[in-house]
Design a protein around this ligand. Structure first.
Ligand code: 0A1
Ligand code: ZN
Length: 895
């Protein structure tokens, strides 16, 4: 493990490589204990760079031999680099051969070549290829790859790598081989190989362009029955990219392989995507609606990378959002298009924004805040963040909205015309979108718009409206500011598209006419705020309007507007923009919760929610036209994390207590309505994971949770009994897990037998057992009872910290997703956290560093939590042999 050499890499230090690698021939003799790798490269000097030695990256490799042009040569090892000084001069290509060995079965970091079960997998992004062979392991070096795999035939019957299978056959001693050739040049991080006992679901397809392709989803033999949804998702993604962007599959064969040991969700290796099983395997009996939706989205995401990432890649890792922000935007659009109806699209948008606000906004306000295009990093693996991914997607979405759907498609076309086959920058992307749309507000404000890439922090937009009855005008003043972030004390104004409408007091949409315009133009428009303060005057406004601002969450900002409760109730009841309708309900709930948190009044059993709010929630729940999925979102209170983000000083126990009191009140006062919602929405027919039926299941599940919660205080036995029955007879995992969650969440006596039964039923299905752990670690805390059960579960025979999915299901679910249970006043949650970070760091620094982020926001905590948190972080930081990954996170946290 590399330790202690924590030097930062700076974006502005970028230099083109001194050598290019035109082609690579890799030969692998696969053996878990000692794999031999022969790497034969054709290199040439980069004529644009002053002559210098060749420095190849390599980590944890045993070097056996180096040949230049077939003859031995001198070399040096300097740290993690192999340095060659005596290379041919001039610009002619030359051949370099390097023999190394590595030990895949000792690779617990799951980066480079590793073994999972009895199967070999690779993970090379960002810098895993250097753990396989010495190389110019940087994304701007794009080479042609030919790969020869050799292994024991009985143990490793399937041998896969990128591109096309050109040859395969038997070798002496029970071994066999396969030769693969990738027709496209690629950076090393997109290299992959897989070898083991796997089986494939196959599908032949013909593209719109008339080309035939073979699609394969490779899994362990017992899992073949769980691959239909992944294959359907892949076919849908291929068709979508052709229709929406005119981008076709550029390979004869496209493969997905699933592994149960994976640090992340999935990886877009060219033609050979490697996936966490969680994002491949699903049947209605074992996977929830959310799992089905995630599979569709992740399969889409990795497939879309084939163009945005693989064909056009990143010049350096600071440009990571070039591929990630764009590809998340593409997968979000894909999921919306698959969801279909406008309402289902809005539901997806709300879910995406919820992720942004509960995970990215805190990141952008904490010690790890960084721009979408960072300026420096110590460990690049720490920068696969919600900022790079989700905020990056919002920045692409704003460009899309500023140039329009067709304008964006034209911009993408120009981007590929200019950059196909190259490694480029975020600037190159924005430039292409703007150049294709010279008259757009994006092109007009291009320089200022790019600040979204360079400045960290969440901008705040303050809106102030003034109605003049005599003049029939409505004046809207928008001001913006952005808080300081590490290394960036002062911010320049952002370009902020503010989509808006105006509602009359009765909720009607008013026609919009700005001062100086001849006539009204529709009921919705987008103002482009680009200065610190701008004023807009609407004319012919016959009554004081209610502004509906930032529709569809048109920019990743915090909007402050002094709405009255009545105005928010109007928006909740009438806004034509579904996002803002939901947002109005969230604002009301937030306001009530924050007031209760600030007061010292006891909240348990108290009526904190005013009758008007409860009535509005009832109206939404009973609304004849609204979709169930939308209702479920409106009826869900803002999370504890989101509430905490609104506070200067956070008492996490008070936040937890208040939110629980509000939930209990909604459960109590809407009891009859929840019962009605359950009766109306629960179903027992055939399972389909489409948006409409999963929405009904989501609402029925919430109803059941609320009915069980209410039974806690009312002593009702009917609903818990019904829930247990539902748990036993449920025909799909969504309904079964919802029923189990309702019992566990309410702390009902039936929860224990249900948990035992669930384990018994699914003990052989790792992904379901992950859910079983996660449910227990994430349940509502009552008097500090979650931590003891987490500790007991750590000793369960099924628990294994080395498996990232299992570690996430228990340790992360507790530390990162259950604030009420984690932030204990006796500091035991933090002690546990620090122990687990250190334990994980000894074998998997990437996963450890993610867990280390759980206390990012420690400095906002009230005492005694604040001091206890700092002490726990300091204890980690004091460990001498920390990985660079964890060291960077805790150093920033304490800075
Ligand atoms: N590029 C992948 C995510 C990924 C990143 C890093 C990994 O290992 C360190 C693995 C996967 C994606 O965006 O899906
Ligand atoms: Zn990605």
């Amino acid at each position: 493990m590399k330790q202690g050499q924590a030097t930062a890499t700076q974006r502005l230090d970028y230099q083109a490589p001194a050598f290019w690698i035109d082609s690579v021939e890799l030969t692998f003799d696969l053996d878990p204990a000692k794999t031999r790798v022969l790497n034969k490269m054709r290199l040439r000097r980069n004529p644009d760079v002053a002559p210098q030695p060749l420095r190849l990256d390599g980590e944890e490799l045993n070097l056996a031999r180096v040949l230049v042009g077939g003859a031995g040569t001198s070399f040096k090892i300097e740290g993690d680099q192999l340095v060659l000084e005596n290379l041919p001069e001039g610009n002619e290509p030359f051949e370099l051969e390097i023999f190394t060995t590595c030990a895949p079965n000792k690779n617990t970091q799951l980066s480079g070549l590793y073994v999972s079960g009895d199967t070999f997998f690779t993970q090379c992004e960002a810098q895993g290829f250097r753990r396989i062979t010495y190389f110019l392991d940087r994304p701007d070096v794009m080479a042609s790859y030919q790969v020869l795999l050799r292994a024991d035939k009985a143990q490793y019957p399937v041998l896969l790598s990128n591109g096309n299978l050109v040859e395969s056959g038997d070798l002496p001693d029970g071994r066999h081989f396969a030769r693969w050739q990738d027709p496209h040049k690629k950076p090393s991080y997109l290299f992959a190989l897989v070898a083991g006992k796997l089986v494939a679901r196959e599908q032949q397809i013909t593209s719109r362009a008339g080309h035939k392709h073979l699609l394969q989803v490779w899994v362990r033999p017992g899992d073949l029955g769980k691959t239909e949804h992944a294959m359907n998702s892949l076919m849908a993604a291929i068709a979508w990219d052709e229709t929406r962007f005119g981008l076709s599959l550029d390979l004869e064969r496209f493969m997905i392989v699933a592994t149960s040991d994976f640090n992340m969700g999935a990886m877009e290796n060219k033609g050979l995507n490697i996936f966490n099983t969680k994002y491949v395997l699903a049947t209605e009996a074992t996977a929830t609606d959310a799992d089905f939706a995630n599979i569709e989205s992740v399969v889409g995401h990795e497939y879309f990378h084939n163009w945005t990432g693989d064909r056009v890649t990143c010049r350096d890792w600071f440009q990571l959002s070039l591929k990630e922000g764009l590809t998340v935007f593409r997968d979000q659009e894909f999921s919306q298009d698959m969801a279909g109806s406008p309402s289902a699209r809005a539901v997806k948008r709300i879910e995406d924004v919820r992720v942004l606000r509960t995970a990215q906004f805190p990141e952008d306000a904490g010690p790890m805040a960084h721009p979408v295009r960072p300026d420096s990093y110590v460990e690049i693996n720490n920068f696969y963040t919600v900022t790079i991914y989700e905020k990056g997607a919002e920045v692409v979405r704003m460009q899309h909205n500023l140039v329009g759907r067709d304008g964006f498609a034209n911009g993408m076309k120009l981007y590929f015309e200019r950059h196909d086959g190259h490694a480029v920058t975020c600037d190159d992307f924005v430039q292409a979108i703007a150049d294709a749309n010279p008259a757009s507000p994006l092109a007009q404000h291009l320089g200022a718009f790019k600040r979204w890439y360079s400045q960290a922090g969440t901008p705040r937009v303050h809106a102030q409206g003034q109605y003049d009855a005599a003049a029939q005008t409505y004046t809207l003043t928008l001001t913006q500011s952005c808080p300081a972030t590490p290394g960036q004390p002062d911010k320049q104004p952002f370009v902020i598209p503010v989509a808006l409408g105006l509602l009359g007091q009765d909720g009607r949409a008013l026609a919009l006419q700005l001062e100086g315009e001849d006539a009204a133009a529709g009921h919705e428009r987008t103002l482009v705020l680009h200065e610190a303060r701008q004023t807009y005057t609407f004319t012919h406004v016959a009554e004081a309007p209610v502004p509906s601002l930032l529709r569809g969450f048109s920019a990743p900002v915090i909007l402050e507007c002094d709405y009255s409760d009545a105005e928010l109730l109007t928006l909740l009841a009438h806004d034509g923009d579904a996002f803002n309708r939901w947002e109005a309900g969230q604002r009301l709930a937030l306001r009530i919760a924050l007031a209760a948190i600030a007061s010292d009044a006891p909240v348990a059993q108290a009526a904190v929610l005013p009758p008007a709010f409860v009535a509005a929630m009832r109206d939404v729940l009973r609304h004849p036209q609204l979709d169930a999925a939308f209702k479920e979102l409106v009826l869900t209170l803002p999370s504890e994390t989101y509430l905490a983000e609104q506070l200067q000083t956070v008492d996490p126990q008070r936040v937890h207590e208040v939110r629980e009191a509000l939930r209990a009140q909604l459960a109590r006062e809407l009891h009859a309505d929840w019962a009605w919602a359950w009766e109306q929405h629960h179903a027992s027919g055939a399972y389909r994971p489409d948006a409409a039926s999963s929405g009904r299941r989501a609402l029925a599940g919430l109803a059941l949770a609320m009915l069980c919660l209410d039974a806690r205080t009312s002593g009702d036995t009917l609903w818990p009994g019904k829930t247990y029955q539902r748990f036993k007879t449920a025909a799909n995992m969504t309904d079964r897990l919802a029923a189990l969650g309702a019992l566990v969440g309410a702390g009902h006596a039936l929860a224990q037998p249900a948990l035992e039964r669930f384990h018994q039923l699914f003990k052989d299905d790792a992904l379901v057992i992950d859910k079983w752990f996660a449910l227990q670690a994430g349940r509502v805390d009552r008097g500090g009872d979650v931590l003891p059960s987490v500790k007991a579960l750590m000793k369960h025979p099924d628990f294994n910290l080395k498996n990232p999915n299992r570690a996430r299901s228990l340790v992360f679910s507790y530390c990162s997703a259950n604030p009420g249970a984690f932030h204990r006043s006796d500091a035991a949650g933090y002690v546990f956290w620090a122990d687990q970070v250190l334990a994980l760091d000894a074998f998997n620094p990437q996963v450890a560093a993610r867990l280390a982020r759980a206390l990012d926001r420690w400095s906002r905590l009230a005492e005694p939590w604040r001091s206890a948190a700092r002490e726990a972080i300091a204890r980690i930081a004091a460990k001498a042999d920390l990985s660079n990954d964890v060291r960077e996170v805790v150093t920033r946290a304490l800075a």
